[in-house]
Structures are given as structure tokens and as C-alpha cells.
Design a protein around this ligand. Structure first.
Ligand SMILES: Cc1ncc(COP(=O)(O)O)c(C=O)c1O
Length: 384
């Protein structure tokens, strides 16, 4: 019997949407009255979704990796920032299914969390390439694809950064169905608001589509953690709509859900700070409160910023009787790697993250990641 709530809720999908069962479902829905009791704050513990590497990617990858296997691919190439959770999850979960991962990494501010993720990439066997900028990333994707195209043993699946598409977005529709049942079991009404970090927007889109499909009177607060040129309302709503249409094509009655998406979405734009991956004071404070009051670990790039928005909301709605759910999307199950000989094994383009010597590629990121370059040069950041 499947534990995935998409299959449980819509058994027809077992025939029409391939899925590999990887995660530990359902993930707990825990009350955090010590942080906020009215409104009651709950946390959806997707950080515990997989014993090797948890977080939001697991729900997406159950669908993506099934597609990869079904189409006979043996390798995956994908991309993300230096500390990408996405590339890490693809490498960890793909390896369980016998797939190899190539990761293309672009610059982001380097901290302990990012360093640990780079070492984990090594542990999971990722082939790592540093890319200077967006065009460089596209070219590298193409080069790898063309180089392996005629080699049947290296047939490579191209997966965009974040792995957000109509198919993977179904994963978070399942999460809403799962969460709704848990709320009922705990005797709680539908939440007034759900908070989640939004990067490429797939997680938010799935939650939004799930809320509309379940007919819930809930607002989704998608907390943008990337430059506005990379994510806006249209992208999230469009992805949610395409995902619902996919469901409809695969035999699910979606009613009028696709027409109720826009009204359910709140895009939170005030928590990014100076750019993707940059620490903010409000996120640091949220991280501290979750850790000290509930023993829950967040990080600064995604979940800390989403939690800051969520705490601000709870403070303003003090006394309100409807619950609020925070979706914890960063893994808490992976190993913390002690800095050791492992870093010497890293490809040369990445060693500057550990040694303090300059990045040899002289990074030239522009536009969407410009704040990084500006601050980097202002503060004599070592990668420049
Ligand atoms: C910890 C964490 N939370 C949230 C997100 C955002 O997910 P999405 O790209 O689907 O918006 C990511 C994406 O990498 C992530 O790593």
C-alpha cells in the first residue's frame, strides 16, 4: 500500500503517474505553542522526509526520478548555488536508484552550511563544475548534453535548477492533502495561512494548487528568497495551473481549482535582504527562536527567511483562533561533515571556499546575483 498521499487521495494516479516511493510519509505536523499559541503555530516537518537527505526536494524527486528511470536515463545534470540543497538531494536520492549526478554550481555567499553541503556533494559522488554566470551555466548544460548524447551508457537527463516543473509540483499537492488529514486528526480547522520559502517556486506552486484543489480557505504566503527577476506571482500561479491541468489529464477531477489560484497567493517580498544566500537580521532571529524554543534547526538562505515572515504574521494576528502552518523545507537528517581531508578532494574550482585563496575563475555574475558581486568587491570578498 502506497504511503504517498497523492496516490492515497487519487488512486487513479497509480496507473497514470509513475512515482518512486522514497520518503517517510506522512511527515509530522507538530504544534509549536511555545513560539506562538494564538494563533497556534504548527510546523510541517518535511525536513524529516528522508533519512539520508530530507527537505522539500524529496516530494519532487519521487516524481522526477520515476520519470528519469522510466525514460531509461542513467545520469542527471542539474544546477544550483554552491550550497544547493537541490543538487544535493538529486545526488543522494538518485544514487539510491543507481543514477549519477553532475552538478553545475554558481556563486553564493559561503558559510559553514554551504561548505558542509559541498563536502556532502563529494560524499554522494556528484561530478562538480563551477559556472561563472547564467550564460555559462546554459552553455555547460548544452556541452554536457551534446557530449553524452550518443553514448548510451551516459544518457543524461537535463533537470533545471530547483527541479520545478508541472510534474514535480504534484508532490506538494500531495503534501497539502496529507497536512489536511493531519489537521482533522488533531481536531484543528484549516489554517488561515501556510508559510513557505520560495526559490524556483515549485514548492509554493504545489501548495497553492493543493489548497485550491482541497477547497481550503487558506492563504499561501510564499516568501521570496531570490531576486525578483527570477520569481514572481505569475510564475507561481502559472506553475500551479499547469500542474493542476496535468492532474486533470491524468484522470483527476480538479473542478474549478485552476481559477482560484490567484486569490489564494500572497507573495512576501520583504525578507530577501541583500540577495540570495545573504544573511538577514530577521532570519537570524527566527533561526534563534526556533532553535532555542522548539529545538528545530533552520538555515539562513531559505527557511530562516520564511520563518521570519511567519513570526511577523503571528505577531500581527495575535489572539487569532485559526492555526498557521510553517513548512520546514530544509533537511535536518543529513550528516554534518567535519572539515577534514575531504576538502582536499574537491575539484580545484571549489577549494577557495575552504582555503580563503581567491576563486580562480574571477566570478562575473551579473543581474540577478549582482548584489553578491557588489558586496563581494566592497568587502574584498575573497572570491573576487
Ligand atoms: C531549503 C529550501 N527551502 C525552499 C526551497 C525553495 O523551493 P522551490 O525552489 O521549489 O521554490 C529550496 C530550494 O532549493 C530549498 O533548498
Amino acid at each position: 500500500m502506497s504511503t504517498n498521499f497523492l496516490y492515497k487521495s487519487y488512486p487513479v494516479l497509480q496507473e497514470t503517474v509513475p512515482l518512486v516511493e522514497l520518503g517517510n510519509w506522512p511527515t509530522p505536523l507538530e504544534r509549536l505553542p511555545e513560539i506562538s499559541s494564538r494563533p497556534l503555530l504548527l510546523v510541517k516537518r518535511d525536513d524529516l522526509s528522508h533519512p539520508l537527505y530530507g527537505g522539500n526536494k524529496v516530494r519532487k524527486l519521487e516524481l522526477i526520478l520515476a520519470d528519469v528511470k522510466r525514460k531509461g536515463f542513467r545520469e542527471i545534470v542539474t544546477a544550483g548555488g554552491l550550497g544547493s540543497h537541490h543538487v544535493l538531494a538529486v545526488a543522494a536520492l538518485g544514487r539510491e536508484l543507481g543514477l549519477r549526478t553532475t552538478g553545475l554550481f554558481f556563486c553564493q555567499p559561503v558559510n559553514e552550511h554551504v561548505r558542509n553541503n559541498l563536502l556532502l556533494e563529494m560524499e554522494f559522488g556528484t561530478e562538480m563544475h563551477f559556472v561563472r554566470d547564467y550564460p555559462g551555466m546554459v552553455l555547460r548544460y548544452l556541452r554536457i548534453y551534446l557530449a553524452r548524447r550518443f553514448n548510451p551508457r551516459r544518457k543524461t537527463y537535463l533537470l533545471l535548477p530547483g527541479g520545478s516543473n508541472a510534474l514535480s509540483t504534484l508532490g506538494y499537492i500531495g503534501a497539502v492533502l496529507e497536512m489536511r488529514l493531519q489537521l482533522r486528526e488533531q481536531g484543528l480547522p484549516d489554517p488561515a495561512a501556510i508559510f513557505v520559502a520560495a526559490g524556483t517556486g515549485g514548492t509554493a506552486a504545489g501548495l497553492l494548487a493543493g489548497i485550491a484543489l482541497a477547497g481550503m480557505d487558506t492563504l499561501l504566503h510564499a516568501v521570496r528568497v531570490v531576486h525578483p527577476s527570477l520569481l514572481g506571482r505569475r510564475k507561481i500561479v502559472g506553475l500551479a495551473r499547469r500542474s493542476l491541468r496535468l492532474l486533470a489529464r491524468r484522470g483527476v477531477n480538479i473542478g474549478d481549482a485552476a481559477s482560484r489560484l490567484d486569490e489564494r497567493l500572497r507573495l512576501e517580498e520583504g525578507y530577501l535582504g541583500e540577495g540570495y544566500g545573504f544573511a538577514t537580521d530577521t532570519a537570524q532571529e527566527a533561526i534563534r527562536r526556533f532553535q532555542e524554543m522548539a529545538g528545530i534547526t533552520l538555515e539562513g538562505c531559505y527557511t530562516g527567511k520564511a520563518a521570519a515572515a511567519c513570526l511577523d504574521y503571528c505577531a500581527v494576528r495575535e489572539g487569532s483562533s485559526r492555526p498557521v502552518v510553517f513548512v520546514h523545507t530544509a533537511s535536518s537528517t543529513h550528516r554534518e561533515i567535519k572539515l577534514s581531508a575531504a576538502e582536499r578532494e574537491l575539484p580545484p574550482d571549489f577549494r577557495w571556499c575552504f582555503t580563503g585563496s581567491p576563486c580562480r575563475r574571477s566570478c562575473s555574475l551579473k543581474g540577478w546575483n549582482r548584489p553578491f558581486c557588489e558586496i563581494a568587491s566592497r568587502d574584498n570578498w575573497r572570491c573576487l
